[in-house]
Design a protein around this ligand. Sequence first.
Ligand code: PLP
Length: 426
Amino acid sequence: MDNKDFKIETQLVQSLGKFTEGEPRVYPIVQSTTYNYTSPEVLADLFDLKAEGHMYSRISNPTVEVFENKMAVLEKGVGALAVGSGQSANTIAVLNICKAGDHIVCLSTVYGGTVNLFGSTLRNLGIETTFVSPEASEEEIKNCFKENTKILFGETLGNPEINVLDFEKIAKIAKEKDVPFIVDNTLATPYLCNPIEYGANIVTHSATKYIDGQATALGGVIIDGGNYNWDNGKFSCLVDPDPSYHNLSYYKTFGKSAYIVKARATMLRDFGTVLSPFNAFIFNRGLETLHIRMERHSENAFKVAEFLENNSKIAWINYPKLESHYSHSLAEKYLKKGCSGIILVGIKGGKENAMKFIRGLSWIKSVIHLGDSRTCVLHPASTTHRQLTEEEQIKAGVLPEAIRINVGIENIEDILNDIKRGIENI
Ligand SMILES: *Cc1c(COP(=O)(O)O)cnc(C)c1O
């Protein structure tokens, strides 16, 4: 039976498909940079991308491939490429089809690391980005597009604003403007949402977060939806012969998989930001419990959000499952199984009281991380979004009174009791 025929819970737990008698139950860590062949012709065919197989672990590795294949199935794509971090996933996702002189339209509520990457580092390389509020009208967003726009980029759940992407509105704009729609699905995970079903063409993840789930390994992955027509005159890098790959046309040779094959054959070959087999092993383990964890994260976060919503020390709260939240109807539409474990909450009295809240917690630690099974908190304005200007911070929804709570999978009474200690310390 093919893995695609199963429900997502079974896909996550089982490695279905071909197996040989007596093979290891758990796919091992193949800690080898290179692979044996007896025939030089086979190796030559691998280099020509005429045969499938591993030759050098900068290009591919068996343990990493198991992770890639599972992610492609989970996100309903035609292929996936694993890399060394979420940052690397977004970098390669863009540079695979953009060069100096190109332009990106990006929703302004994306992760701070992505704002730095697009707004600063890629800008220095000649790729310009226009950031636009997801709340802007269709007309306003369309007006951000230029002749040289090559990508529309957003996040399923914005980090840390925790707003839900309006897939129908944004995917329609990408379609009308005929550019690929890239969605960072880190906070929702493939269990809660599959962006490709709602019009995304490319999906990225920081596997460091919920896919690992235990704060042990960095990694990222790009999934190709195989649903964008690259032969529209805008993406000659995928259609024309590539002189760096003896004049291969990715589109003519690999059709629907052109994007992801090129990403491996050129971006990973040249930048070398690989995922280690050890980290891939950790992600393969993490995926097996993703559905159970995401259910509990979502359930606990909703209870914490309900508790905080009615507290007099709280100025505002962002959690889309709450009826009062401006993204609530979008959450009902796109995040039916749950809204993940992240809450953004504003403490009355600004930064000073936000710090008092954090200092009042007993076992909940202040940690630069999310997607962890352990509940933790973070003050984004003084940490993850520190490098942004105050104006950029406000645009990204990061106010001085804001605290991001990563609600873990511990007992809900214990979590609420510690949050109460924080509140009482204000
Ligand atoms: C953390 C994060 C990233 C970056 O991932 P790393 O694995 O830390 O490099 C990218 N996008 C989102 C939404 C994230 O939360």
